[in-house]
Design a protein around this ligand. Sequence first.
Ligand code: FAD
Ligand code: FO1
Length: 454
Amino acid sequence: MNQQRVRRIQKGETGPGPVVYWMSRDQRAEENWALLHAQQQALARQAPLTVVFTLAPEFLSAQPRHYRFLLAGLQETARQLAAKNIPLVVLSGDPPTTLAEYLGRLPCSLLVTDFDPLKPKQAWKRALLSAVTVPVDEVDAHNVVPCWVASTKQEFGAYTLRPKLRRLLADFTESYPELLRHPFGDTAGADGTAGIIAEATPEVPDYPGMNPGSTAAQRQLRCFLDEKLAAYDDSRNDPAQNGQSDLSPYLHFGQLSAQRVFLEIVQAGPLRQSQEAFLEELIVRRELADNFCHYNPDYDNSKGFPAWAQETLKKHRDDRRPLLYDAVELAEARTHDPAWNAAQWQMVETGKMHGYMRMYWAKKILEWTSDPDTALTVAIALNNRYSLDGRDPNGYAGVAWSIGGVHDRPWSERAIFGKIRYMNAAGLRRKFKNLDAYINRFNGNVNAASAPPS
Ligand code: FAD
Ligand code: FO1
């Protein structure tokens, strides 16, 4: 494994005990560089290897349906690890607290964590490091090119990050070694894990057609590569077609490796337009989002917008707003705009709004709320509460792009938006022949009587 993928974030005294992998963002047994690094270190020490997942009671407004997806995937990961004599221990409660207590009860020779730029995760990590004295390695198992290697600063946009990624990709796309059956220790410590996960799994319906776990993720990948990738460039932006991969929930919960997706595509032969377009999203756009959240502490507020955007939005902050909706009216899709309402219902009912509609959806929130800060807060809150792939750097970057011009440039100035790129329903209709098919499909009939399901 390319050692640039690992950062020692805390020196410390090595104990005689097991190597512990604190699994969080990358919740898969196979093709997980953080786990492979932990196993390599355990073998070198002839020590047992234990995986720990700290189950937080609350995470960025995650709902029971999101926890169900996560836990069903974790159940499968626990089985796959047990088959390799690697116990998965699940600790419920405040992550740094429960993990510090756990580590305090055993001598641990090394703690390995996976990389996540989001502030709550960084706070967990800081709190844990101040509570333990073991050496700690952080591994970027999520990005193909590790975030801190791709760039040492916030990038202006895809156009500045793309050449850096292009140059580095070959150094970070070696094939994954197999996770070995671990020769030291046993899985006795994880005997209760299946029961703990089952107990913690909410009794709520899964999202339609979105089966959790790494096996389902591989199936979804195969189906996309065989049936949809060739037409991706044409169909991906039409909400009435289902031309996207639907891989984002699996990538978000780390049930699928983005590098696996990349390897499958480049190994299938010369890249054509659709493959290039897809890899632009999967590699450049996704790593740009991690770059934004990693290097910009204000990724979730308007101080994180570029100066030109802050200035233009401030200038138009008091423009008359003919239409105003509050967060509840928006959550319940009660606006005058059937296309916007359909997008909101799609997110509530399926957990995943079409990619093109996400831009339109967020930009209308800027137009229909009292000011840009309120717009950003409402858009992030709705996205985190209803999207299965929400609570993710892609979401923060997507909302900041739509409302605050992050990774975008100034456009012709107009009311409310200033120079932020504008989108409107007429533009949607020009672009999509049968937008009505989309609108008729997602009209809230299913849940008209009840409030949006949590
Ligand atoms: P595909 O088109 O099949 O793309 C494949 C993968 O490429 C995606 O899974 C994703 O990892 C990556 N990707 C595609 N488009 C983008 C993008 N614009 N930025 C970053 N990565 C991208 N994505 C999320 O994962 N979670 C979110 O909460 C989220 N919220 C968004 C909010 C707004 C306002 C906007 C404009 C975009 C948001 N995105 C979010 C980015 C993008 O819309 C989704 O990643 C994509 O629609 C996921 O569906 P898919 O996997 O079928 O996409
Ligand atoms: N990560 C954890 O380590 N523990 C959790 O209990 C946890 C819950 C959770 C719920 C919904 C969700 O979307 C993500 C959640 N995550 C949790 C974080 C996740 O694994 C990702 O690391 C981030 O969301 C993406 O950066």
